[in-house]
Design a protein around this ligand. Sequence first.
Ligand code: ACO
Length: 318
Amino acid sequence: MMGVKILGTGSAVPSRVMTNDDMAKIVETSDEWISTRTGIRSRRYCDAEVGESHRTLVRDAAARALEAAGIEPAQVGVCLVATFTADTCTPSAACLLQADLGMPEDTLCFDLNAACAGFVYGLHVAECLLPGAARPYALVVGADTLSRVMDFTDRTTCVLFGDGAGAAVLERAEGYPELHAVWGSRGDDTSLYAPGVGCDDPSYLHMDGRAVFRFATEVMPRCTTEVLERAGISADEVDRFVYHQANKRIVDYSVKKLGLDPAKCEGNIDHTGNTSAGSVPILLDELVHAGKLGSGSRVLMAGFGAGLTWAGALAEFA
Ligand code: ACO
């Protein structure tokens, strides 16, 4: 049986840190409100003055993941960037990454928009594409620069998001397991909405926070249960649960509902905010660097976001 494993991870976050106290200078809010309602204490934004952009975050996260995997750009067969806030609609962020790292012309390169569920969607899409790809390695990047679409007069949304990118390299080989992915979408343009480039609507990201909260607390436990069922294993056999970091209360709710060990479900939202498609792979990479995930580890990832979308997958580290 052919399947996939994670060979390496990488991440990149911008240098500019915005604390909750910094946000309180922009909108009427407080560290107390933000941290108790969401778990967020700071987030980071790209700073064009020091040359940071969506493109540089994607490039740096991807280069670090390839280095950790011991894979050269020329060995990549599939290159996906999950995002909805790339610097340009076209060329895609994936094609810009191909140029930056020098991947061959027969690499499948494209962007994928499943909002905050994008990276987990991307893992599944890469698993599906690898059998027909020129080479058995996939580079999957999740990256968003939500600061581009934030309304900095709307305290109900602007305090929640940050910029960042994370990446993983997958290898397809005989004897490797499937991802046992689950996914879904529910066409909904009212709960969460961001304008496209050139859109007549001059406004920014809109969100009905309570509706998204209800949706998230429905799909996160469901994704987890369905992935475990597909894999035929119990939660005890998973080393780490890496959940989309949108609100600590959403993760805590899912952990409690599923009766998971909280020590296996650690997050990083306190210093990242919600980095959308970057969220799951950034946390994955932080756990690797902290020595909490490594060779042989089994990780269950789940994400949800605008669309509305959700996805879950179980992956092993080579
Ligand atoms: N500072 C101070 N007060 C605030 C702030 C703020 N930043 N934001 C809202 N409030 C006020 C509201 O105005 C409201 O005041 P009122 O009672 O006088 O009307 C009060 O706080 C409570 O507001 P709620 O919306 O009920 O607060 P809630 O506890 O639901 O938390 C939150 C809001 C954090 C947005 C929550 O609903 C949430 O996390 N929702 C999910 C969001 C999410 O997961 N998004 C991820 C997808 S993103 C993507 O895919 C791009």
